[in-house]
Design a protein around this ligand. Structure first.
Ligand code: SF4
Ligand code: SF4
Length: 112
């Protein structure tokens, strides 16, 4: 069972939050499926080290709050799990920690 589906959790997808320099997954026509927002999120807890780029995913279905292609989601999404690193099992405690993270949200403008 998937914890995401079980908990109807879409924290990782809405919006997508990734470290800088991450390769963007592509669709079958080799187009990006994540659209970059002009935002950076900074973790309040790890303020000196965690800065995230923010994207909207075109496969995220806001009507059902879930991925519209969950069974065939890209590898990077498939690897995003709430694992307990001691047991390597899915953990709702880990999920609760993730979703309770607080971020400072910065808007920015593209330089020309
Ligand atoms: S926080 Fe965990 S349960 Fe929620 S979407 Fe991400 S991987 Fe799935
Ligand atoms: S492809 Fe699916 S699992 Fe991956 S970010 Fe988009 S909505 Fe989430």
């Amino acid at each position: 069972m998937s914890l995401c589906l079980d908990k109807k959790c879409s924290w990782c997808c809405d919006p997508v939050k990734v470290f800088f320099g991450q390769d963007i997954p592509k669709d079958s026509e080799w187009k990006d499926i994540w659209i970059k927002r002009k935002e950076i999120w900074i973790s309040e807890k790890y303020i000196d080290s965690v800065r995230l780029e923010i994207y909207d995913c075109i496969l995220y279905d806001k009507n059902i709050w879930l991925c519209s292609a969950y069974e065939n989601r890209p590898e990077i999404c498939n690897k995003s799990w709430c694992f307990d690193k001691k047991t390597w099992e899915l953990s709702d405690e880990v999920r609760k920690r993730f979703i309770s993270d607080v971020f400072i949200k910065l808007d920015y403008k593209w330089k020309k």
